[in-house]
Ligand binder design. Structure first.
Ligand code: HEC
Ligand code: HEC
Length: 225
């Protein structure tokens, strides 16, 4: 009984700490972003939402990146969010319509730091982003580049090195400064565990491929090759 009470107290404390972290963010943030895991996981919600989910932000982003991006937000998803609402027919293929892509709210330094602190508290459950999902072997990066560009077709939706690639997924040109390697490995192994209807295919990659792709992405934007 005592154990149960302690467990309940622990859960309540965990809930309160993430609830109060979300409370520290400007209320406007939650008008576009889910700061807690949504109970509605329907396709309609995905289609209607105004910005990407942030309920696992603390396991996804590097804090330094958050602090600087929130002060000077640049587009990450080249066709805005969600991309299919902002695409127009081009001569050869679909093109983003810049007039439909909204600028992101900009924060001053103090607010950006406070927001980054609050976002870093929003951790994913351990089984969604397991610590050590990326084993840290960077030697696979070159094979990962080949997988990204040639064998696994990632480049069809994502811009990787040199900004070359498709428009329907977020740019990964600076994935290494933006994203935590364990998140990258966990996300590419099963994107629908994060977002049940997201249109990134689950490629049923072997762990070796996941490790190599993560090594490749983790050095993008880090000044290395
Ligand atoms: C009007 C809607 C709107 C509001 C308000 C808003 N955001 Fe965003 N946010 C977006 C959109 C859309 C994107 C995706 C931008 C892109 O990919 O180019 C985004 C992206 C982000 C990202 C990067 C997420 C990712 O997965 O790449 C962070 C972090 C973020 N917002 C934090 C905040 C914070 C903190 C606030 C409150 C101060 C806030 N946002 C307010 C719409 C909004
Ligand atoms: C059909 C298009 C498509 C393909 C192919 C694809 N992705 Fe994605 N990817 C997406 C979309 C859509 C998202 C989530 C977008 C969002 O949150 O706005 C995503 C998210 C990601 C993320 C998380 C980035 C972030 O900022 O949220 C990583 C890392 C990633 N993809 C890597 C890969 C890798 C590696 C491959 C190849 C094995 C791949 N993707 C293939 C569409 C694609």
């Amino acid at each position: 009984m005592k154990g149960l009470l302690l467990a309940v107290a622990g859960l309540t404390a965990a809930f309160l700490s993430s609830a109060s972290a979300a409370d520290k963010l400007d209320p406007s943030c939650s008008s576009c972003h889910a700061l807690a895991k949504p109970t509605d996981t329907s396709l309609d919600r995905l289609l209607a939402r105004k910005g990407p989910d942030l309920w696992y932000a603390g396991s996804k982003f590097n804090k330094d990146w958050l602090v600087s991006w929130l002060q000077d937000p640049k587009h990450i998803r080249p066709a805005g969010y969600p991309y299919f609402k902002n695409i127009k027919k081009g001569d050869k293929h679909d093109e983003p319509d810049p007039s439909k892509i909204l600028a992101h709210p900009k924060l001053n330094k103090a607010d950006a730091e406070a927001a980054a602190d609050a976002l870093m508290v929003l951790k994913a459950p351990d089984d969604l982003v397991p610590a050590g999902a990326f084993k840290g072997d960077m030697k696979g990066a070159r094979m990962g580049a080949l997988a990204f560009i040639k064998f696994r077709g990632c480049v069809g939706c994502h811009q990787g090195e040199n900004g070359e690639g498709g428009l329907s997924g977020p740019e990964l040109t600076d994935a290494g400064t933006r994203l935590q390697p364990d998140f990258i490995a966990a996300y590419i192994s099963d994107p629908q565990r994060f977002d049940p209807h997201i249109w990134m295919p689950t490629a049923n990659l072997k762990d070796l491929d996941i490790q190599r792709l993560t090594a490749f992405l983790a050095q993008l934007g880090q000044g290395g090759k």
